[in-house]
Structures are given as structure tokens and as C-alpha cells.
Design a binder for this molecule. Structure first.
Ligand code: FBP
Length: 262
């Protein structure tokens, strides 16, 4: 098994995953703020920035666009995903196999796990198949570890996020993508619970430049390996300029002030 640090999605042991599966997960509403983002090419172009170490997309977007970007962007194949039209208990259909993702050229795979959902057992079994096949292909596995379901109303409580990070370790993920629990201290607890599994912060809905950089800084100071972000990058008028700032905070561990001046 190749360690994450030796994989193409690692830049000096850190990672910035640009997520662009929102057309499926949330629907066209996420493209309204910056209408050009409905065109996948506009966001693939954003992903060519040096700060982006992988782009996370669903199968259809990978098949249609990755061949034109394979020299400039690392592909993270998001294996499962569900539309916002689904009104049932949190669950996520597996839309492509790891074997097929590898054939398309994936450098890593991603999988959503809704711990606490009534679908948790079947999702964990699907994750087992994906994780073991990813090992055969030497592909790092990123778990979108999102506790969610009937009994979980606030999926950002510090204990819940620490459990999400631990669940990713227990099930064999290389990277746990978790929501920010609200403070650097609570993020450090999650990082601690994840042991050797790397932890990355999930972006969330768009906030101000300063607020977002401060949150990312809090995560990095807590020992997080980086960020997986969508809207907070491509819903900005100038995503490349904002990526300059994220590059400073994540890879150079600068202050937020320094990053804002880039
Ligand atoms: P954002 O940074 O825009 O939140 O994207 C990260 C992500 O995990 C996407 O991959 C996914 O589409 C979305 O968030 C799912 O968010 P949620 O399930 O919380 O609505």
C-alpha cells in the first residue's frame, strides 16, 4: 500500500481537494451566484491552479472533461453521490466502480459515509468493497465522513466530528473529510481521534475571505492535512486570487494577514 504522502494528490504531505459534485448533490442552485460555474470547463480551469492537488467529481464530469485536463489536474473519483431530490433517509448511490474509475485515470477515490443513518450498515459494506479495490490499485481513499440521520440533528457537534474522524480510521480511509467543529481545539481532538488517517476540513457554504481563511488556519493549526472545498472557491468572482491565499495558509502555514495580502 502506497502511503498518501507518495500519491499524486499530496503536495508536500498536504492536500487541497477542489470539489465539484454539487450539480448532483445540491442541483443547479449552487451555480446561480456565478453562472459561468455551470460550465464544468470553467471549474476544471480553476483546478489547474498549483494550490489544487486534486479535483473531486462524479463519473459523468470525469468522462466528459478529464481527458482534456489529465496533464494539469489530478482526478479524485467521487464514487457515490445522491441528488437533493432524494427525500429518504441519508444514503448515497455508488455510481461507478473503483476499477472503472482507475480506467478513467483516477489518482484517488472518494466515498461519502453517513454514519448514524439507517443506511449506515449497507454504506459501510459498500465502502469495504471500494476500499479493498482501491488498495489493489494503490489509490488513496478519501471518506466524506458526514454523520447524519434521524438521531443526528447537529452534525457539527465536536464529539460527532471526532467520531466521524475515528470512523474513517476504523473503516480504513486514508483521509477523513469532516466538517469544521467550530474551534481549532475541537478540530485537534478530531485529528487526534483519526490517528494515522489524515483529516481535511470540509468547506461549506460561502463565507467572507477573512472568515474562511481563519477557519482553514484553525484547521491547519489543529494538525489537519488540508482542505476539501467547493463553493468557497468557485463561487468567488476571482477563484485564482483566493487560491493564492489558501495556498499560503495550507502549504506555507502563513498567517491569515499574510495570506490576504497575496
Ligand atoms: P463545499 O465546500 O461547497 O461544501 O463542498 C464540499 C462537499 O462535500 C461537496 O463535495 C458536496 O457536494 C457538498 O459538500 C455536500 O454538502 P452537504 O451534503 O453538506 O450539503
Amino acid at each position: 500500500m502506497r502511503p498518501f504522502e507518495d500519491s499524486p494528490i499530496s503536495r508536500d504531505g498536504k492536500v487541497l481537494i477542489l470539489a465539484y459534485d454539487h450539480g448532483l448533490e445540491h442541483g443547479p442552485v449552487d451555480f446561480e451566484a456565478v453562472p459561468e460555474t455551470k460550465d464544468p470547463e470553467a471549474v476544471w480551469d480553476v483546478a489547474t491552479h498549483d494550490a489544487v492537488s486534486a479535483m473531486a467529481v462524479q463519473k459523468g464530469i470525469a468522462e466528459a472533461y478529464y481527458p482534456s485536463y489529465e496533464d494539469d489536474v489530478n482526478l479524485l473519483a467521487k464514487l457515490n453521490g445522491t441528488s437533493n431530490l432524494w427525500m429518504g433517509e441519508p444514503d448515497s448511490a455508488v455510481n461507478w466502480t473503483v476499477d472503472y474509475a482507475a480506467e478513467v485515470g483516477a489518482d484517488a477515490v472518494g466515498f461519502t459515509m453517513y454514519g448514524g443513518s439507517n443506511s449506515e450498515v449497507e454504506m459501510a459494506e459498500e465502502f469495504r468493497d471500494a476500499q479493498e479495490t482501491a488498495r489493489e490499485h494503490d489509490l488513496p481513499v478519501v471518506m466524506w465522513s458526514y454523520p447524519r440521520g434521524q438521531g443526528l440533528k447537529n452534525d457539527k457537534k465536536p464529539d460527532t466530528i471526532a467520531y466521524a474522524a475515528r470512523q474513517a480510521l476504523e473503516l480504513g480511509a486514508d483521509i477523513a473529510k469532516v466538517k469544521y467543529p467550530g474551534s481549532s481545539e475541537d478540530m485537534a481532538h478530531a485529528v487526534d481521534m483519526a490517528g494515522p488517517t489524515e483529516v481535511v476540513m470540509s468547506g461549506g457554504s460561502k463565507t467572507s475571505d477573512r472568515d474562511f481563511l481563519e477557519t482553514v488556519k484553525g484547521a491547519i493549526d489543529a494538525g489537519a492535512t488540508g482542505l476539501a472545498v467547493g463553493r468557497n472557491v468557485w463561487q468567488r468572482e476571482n477563484p485564482a486570487a483566493f487560491l493564492d491565499g489558501l495556498e499560503a495558509v495550507i502549504y506555507e502555514e502563513t498567517s491569515v494577514e499574510e495570506a490576504l495580502s497575496r
